[in-house]
Design a protein around this ligand. Structure first.
Ligand code: BGP
Length: 489
């Protein structure tokens, strides 16, 4: 039996995509609340208001005009405001997770529920109480919470007034938030993750092709440096507050392969690994910048503000485990080919050996094995796959069933590869599939791109009963968990 006896099977969500209740009980806004819905072809928009009252919208990757403030405007739909109403339905949802036999449930805390602007000295008690109730509900069923401290939702005030993570001052605000939650939930939570897909900040730049400016690179690397230091502080505080706490990094696990055997492609692929994936994992797991960091910075004239104290903090704040999301792989080439594969932060050529989803995400289970084995060998820390799954359109039948055999096929294939990686020596301790209950897509803001074992009756316009219905995959996953991965049929 490859999976250890206490292997933790479960699922994952993020506050901003499932909770809703965006302005309830004193919660402050985050940038995700100012984002409209989009589609695979049409970007989500950020809406804003100018000082003279005029309004507008830009694609989410662009900056709003000088002097503008992000704003919620009439006539637009903001899917994260409602999410799937987990805030009010968490008891029903956790009961369904328990029915599947979940051992672990990954979720995140919305920073602005605890500190609405991010700058307050006293936390918002109602926000703290909400998560306490959620953790207690999990514990009632013996489900271990796995809690992300930061999942795409910095309080908007800090983004606008401070310039977000580019400004060193934000670290102190994050420290105060982290200390608060680590003290508050001592004994209720054991596993923590610092920043969700921390490496996205660099991957975003690739979305611009080769057009990102020196200023964008400078900003991205400095932003990341501040997150690394904040993450190291979180690890140190966690260990001081409760020696039982286990803290992980969380990396967007985008595997890549060279498209040809041209040595230039081999090098380009390796450099992409370094820039896109390894840079962040290396700093967080090894507590220092890797040798190739200078090459990456020099390529774009980046000069970082790094203090001696920062370097010491990084050394003292290495994470205890390596966790990552895995959805797909990408091809890297220096050749002039059509860049026609979409996908999660990846732009590149299509791999003719793989199949692609409607959203351009490649189906590559072997890439998961490749990734697990490579990273375990590199870091030798316990690993968790904390996101994996298939975003697809599901049909709710008249009798409220959903026949999602395609999702079962996707997950089964990935679990089989995890099994092999474990047989090859990888210390994998948990698997939480993404969006175990349907939720708002981070990339497109859609509801129709579903990942869940549980169907939520809600559409892209925010219409629906919000009723929950188990899909076929719900019963399948229940069997997988009950058999500890032995019964995948
Ligand atoms: C990851 C994020 C998640 C999640 C997932 C699926 O990048 O950590 O928040 O949303 O991707 O992406 P999407 O929602 O765009 O399908």
């Amino acid at each position: 039996m490859p999976f250890q006896k206490d292997f933790m099977w479960g699922g994952a969500v993020a506050a901003n995509q499932c909770e809703g209740a965006w302005d309830v009980d004193g919660r402050g806004p985050a940038q995700t609340d100012m984002m409209t819905g989009g589609t695979a072809k049409q970007h989500r928009m950020l809406t804003y208001r100018m000082p003279d009252g005029t309004t507008g919208a830009v694609p989410k990757f662009q900056s709003i005009p000088e002097g503008a403030r992000l704003a919620v405007l009439d006539g637009y739909h903001y899917p994260n405001h409602l999410g799937v109403d987990f805030f009010h339905r968490y008891q029903e949802d956790i009961a369904l997770f328990a029915q599947m036999g979940f051992k672990i449930f990954r979720m995140s805390i919305s920073w602005s529920r605890i500190f609405p602007k991010g700058i307050e000295t006293e936390p918002n008690r109602k926000g703290l109480d909400f998560y306490r109730r959620v953790f207690e509900e999990c514990r009632k069923y013996g489900i271990e919470p796995l809690v992300t401290m930061h999942h795409f939702d910095t309080p908007l005030y800090l983004e606008e007034e401070l310039g977000g993570w580019k400004n060193r001052e934000i670290i102190a605000h994050f420290d105060r938030y982290v200390k608060t939650i680590l003290e508050e939930y001592k004994g209720l939570v054991k596993y923590w993750l610092t920043f969700n897909e921390i490496n996205n900040t660099l991957m975003f730049l690739d979305l611009f092709g080769n057009t990102a400016t020196q200023e964008q690179y400078q900003g991205a690397y400095q932003h990341l440096h501040h997150e690394f230091v904040a993450s190291a502080h979180a690890v140190k505080m966690a260990h001081e507050i409760d020696p039982n706490y286990v803290v992980g990094c969380m990396i967007c696990g985008l595997a890549n392969y060279p498209m040809t055997c041209d040595p230039d492609d081999i090098l380009a692929s390796r450099y992409q690994w370094e820039k896109g994936v390894l840079y962040c994992g290396d700093v967080q797991c090894k507590g220092k910048y890797p040798t190739y960091a200078k090459r990456l910075w020099d390529a774009h004239g980046v000069k970082l503000d790094i203090t001696e104290q920062d370097l010491q903090d990084l050394r003292e704040g290495c994470v205890d485990m390596y966790t990552f999301s895995y959805y797909m792989s990408a091809l890297v080439t220096t050749h002039d080919v059509e860049k026609n594969a979409g996908g999660n932060f990846s732009v590149g050529a299509k791999n003719e050996y793989l199949q692609y989803s409607e959203w351009g995400w490649a189906f590559d289970p072997k890439g998961l094995r490749y990734y697990l084995e490579m990273m375990y060998d590199r870091y030798e820390k316990p690993m968790m796959v904390v996101e994996n799954g298939l975003g697809s359109v599901d049909t709710l039948e008249d009798d409220h069933t959903v026949h999602d055999s395609y999702r079962i096929d996707y997950l089964r294939a990935h679990i089989k590869e995890m099994e092999i990686a474990i047989e090859h020596g990888v210390d994998l301790i948990a698997y939480t599939t993404w969006g175990c209950i349907d939720l708002v897509s981070a990339g497109t803001g859609e509801m129709r791109k579903r990942y869940g074992f549980i169907y939520v009756d809600l559409d892209d316009e925010g219409k629906g009963t919000l009723d929950r219905y188990p899909k076929d995959s719900f019963y399948w996953y229940k069997k997988v968990i009950a058999s500890n991965g032995a019964d995948l049929d």
